[in-house]
Design a binder for this molecule. Structure first.
Ligand code: IPE
Ligand code: IPE
Ligand code: MG
Length: 227
């Protein structure tokens, strides 16, 4: 049976969920989606997963209407404020990947504060991908390497990425029905097991995650070798 250390999720379909429910505003879907984050974080923590990496806002999402972007920034701020107690009660460490420096000051402060308060926890690490794009991350890593003037190998390059020190991604899930990576963890997903589900993110329950985990456990992972 495969050991499961790291689950990464592209939480897609919030807008379509809101529309399907008859709401006029897409943001209702984002609100509902944030509730699933809470439930899945508790669950992942209970079953001993080490990393849960969640795509919250991509480098491409700035293209959305200003109102939706600013709502998402406020939602992340509110989410972190409300979720601090959940992190504290469940031994959950909070981390981010992505270019945090380009986010609104107040959100940056909230992120730093949450990281600081949870840095000593040893259970699950919840990693929020905010203003994250894989190409952006790789280019930043290359520039760090250029500055040191030293050639990199696969391991030392890993250490220059935002995901430095994290276990490899075992399961990568995309909800919402589309089968694309949308600039998410391109390097890190080199050997991930990929799961695509039509379920929209606000409908993605703990039970649905468990079904995926069950399939993952039985997959023969060969990593290029033979069994
Ligand atoms: C994912 O849901 C959340 C973010 C990208 C922030 P969407 O907002 O992309 O919802 P759909 O895909 O339009 O339904
Ligand atoms: C990917 O979803 C980004 C997040 C879930 C944060 P998008 O809705 O932005 O992706 P595309 O536009 O369908 O590729
Ligand atoms: Mg989408």
């Amino acid at each position: 049976m495969n050991k499961l250390n790291h689950i990464a999720i592209i939480m897609d379909g919030n807008g379509r969920w809101a529309k399907k429910q008859g709401f006029l505003k897409r943001i209702v879907g984002h609100e509902e989606g944030a509730k699933r984050v809470r439930e899945l974080t508790i669950h992942a923590s209970n079953i001993g997963v080490k990393y849960l990496t969640l795509y919250a806002f991509s480098t491409e999402n700035w293209k959305r209407p200003e109102g939706e972007v600013s709502f998402l920034m406020k939602l992340m701020d509110r989410y972190l404020k409300n979720e601090l107690s959940l992190f504290l009660e469940n031994n959950v460490r909070f981390e981010t990947i992505g270019e945090i420096e380009k986010l609104p000051e107040s959100l940056q402060e909230r992120i730093s504060y949450t990281k600081e308060k949870t840095a000593h926890f040893t259970g699950l690490t919840q990693v929020l991908a905010v203003n994250y794009g894989s190409k952006n991350e790789i280019v930043r890593a290359v520039n760090k390497a250029v500055k040191t003037g030293k050639e990199v190998d696969e391991d030392s390059f890993d250490d220059l990425l935002d995901t430095a020190g994290m276990d490899p991604v075992d399961i990568l899930i995309r909800t919402g029905g589309d089968k694309r990576l949308s600039n998410y963890l391109l390097w890190q997903a080199a050997y991930s097991e990929l799961f695509f589900t039509d379920t929209l993110w606000p409908d993605f329950t703990v039970e649905k995650l468990d079904e995926i985990i069950k399939v993952f456990k039985g997959v023969e992972r060969r990593f290029g070798g033979i069994k």
